[in-house]
Ligand binder design. Structure first.
Ligand code: AMP
Ligand code: GLY
Length: 422
């Protein structure tokens, strides 16, 4: 099969790394890819937000499968675009249609879906701009901390958790005045869930599903989970506190009703579902759905999959996933993100990355890099993810830290306390 992967981060490098190991693969293309994916396939410089360009590329390169890494093309309807074009009908796509992608693209849609299918989640109300007085009234009725979420995609910044009512009013005004653009034309206000977070992932063909290894990521920039939210500074899999009893609850109370909901809503879902969870005193509650793999979660989950992922993707697309089983590596995998100084706020790009060739026993997934003749240059906030195996997450992490010490670029930063709360 000829495969095109859309995206440029660590997640797409991890997907490329795994797909490249499949005997079913003929040729791999990554659009746009990064300096890491260059060694696994051909990076393609096309504007993937222009679906006609993606179509043209797929037709002229006999692409058999399109794997969509990030959420934006899914929310913008790339699957529907392909499915409604007879020239593209033989191309398999991993990702949900636009209706399914609303599970990530609209918080209100996701919350209403969960309410309808009795999926445990924080109690909520949604308000559009015209109802800002009602939203203020609601904030006054509930207890702090106040959780306010912009309805639409806001690059991971659209969730605010505030202790003070006046600050909550103020933020509400700012959201309705366009702080997050159109994503904030509507807000969801919900109860605060107290617990510890983790994520569970499934791959589904719309009928059956495979549960992938669970993971926990570390979203804040600062040690002890302080400071601004980032895309993720590190991750571990498995998650020590997610025992069989807890994961059974996730399957029975969350995954099964989610599948039932997709079917009853007539959603054509062939792809990943990332279920962000809060473990509240041993019971799982859904914080959010994402319609893709996580990043950096992919950099720990994918290395633990022993099965041929391309073969599984094929079954996802053919609707024969019930015939497949997932073989999982029992070992732990941790990943450590090396980021640019300043991230997640302003940072500089274009610094030379040294030392990758000295790394031993970790997989170096590139998150934000580009090749400049012989040099690898930083090209994003998150630059490299160092993924390592171990008998437990501490052993694995130790290897990632040893290797981190060998890497150099100007203003490099990483958290030294991944897994501190486990
Ligand atoms: P989201 O973008 O929905 O994942 O939210 C970002 C982060 O906000 C989550 O990873 C949680 O840490 C936190 N969060 C979101 N919703 C809640 C909630 N209802 N209670 C507590 N924390 C939450
Ligand atoms: N690491 C969180 C995410 O991918 O959304």
């Amino acid at each position: 099969m000829n495969v095109l992967i859309i995206g440029s981060g660590g997640r797409e490098h991890a997907l490329s790394w795994k797909v490249a190991q499949s005997p079913l693969l003929s040729k791999l293309y990554i659009a746009p890819g990064n300096a890491g994916t260059l060694n696994l396939g051909e990076n393609v410089d096309i504007d993937t937000s222009d679906f006609n360009r993606v179509k043209g590329f797929c037709l002229s390169n006999s692409i058999d499968m399109l794997i969509v890494g990030p959420e934006i093309p899914l929310v913008e309807g790339i699957v529907d675009f392909f499915r409604n074009d007879t020239q593209l009908e033989n191309i398999r796509i991993i990702g949900p249609d636009q209706h399914g992608a609303m599970l990530e693209g609209s918080k209100e849609f996701a919350k209403e879906f969960m309410e309808k299918y009795s999926i445990p989640t924080a109690a909520f109300k949604s308000f559009n701009k015209e109802k800002s007085e009602d939203a203020r009234e609601f904030l006054k009725e509930i207890n702090s901390p106040y959780v306010i979420k912009a309805d639409g995609l806001a690059a991971g910044k659209g969730v605010l958790i505030l202790d003070d009512l006046d600050i909550a009013y103020n933020e509400l005004d700012e959201i309705f005045s366009g702080k997050f653009g159109n994503a904030g034309n509507k807000v969801v206000i919900e109860d605060f869930l107290k617990g510890i977070e983790l994520s569970v992932f499934i791959l589904t063909d719309g009928n059956s599903y495979l549960i992938l290894p669970e993971a926990k990521d570390y979203k804040r920039i600062g040690e002890g989970d302080t400071g601004l939210n980032t895309g993720g500074m590190g991750a571990v899999s498995p998650v020590p506190f997610a025992g069989t009893e807890f994961l059974d609850k996730v399957e029975n109370n969350i995954i099964k009703p989610t599948m039932r909901g997709l079917k009853e809503e007539g959603i054509n879902y062939k792809g990943f579902i990332f279920i962000g969870l809060m473990n509240v005193a041993g019971d799982p509650y859904v914080i959010e759905y994402n319609v893709r793999m996580g990043d950096p979660e992919a950099e720990v989950v994918i290395p633990r999959i022993k099965s041929d992922l391309l073969d599984i993707f094929k079954a996802v697309s053919d609707g024969t996933l019930n015939e497949k089983q997932l073989e999982v590596d029992e070992r732990s995998v941790t990943t450590l993100m090396l980021v640019s100084g300043g991230y997640p706020e302003a940072y500089k790009k274009g610094y030379k990355v040294d030392g990758i060739e000295d790394v031993k026993d970790s997989i170096v997934f590139h998150a934000g890099t580009k090749m400049d003749s012989e040099d690898i240059l930083t090209n994003g906030g998150r630059v490299l993810a160092l993924s390592s195996y171990g008998n437990n997450f501490r052993d694995a992490l130790e290897i990632s830290y040893q290797n981190a010490a060998k890497i150099n670029f100007k203003d490099l930063y990483f958290r030294k306390d991944i897994g501190f709360d486990l």
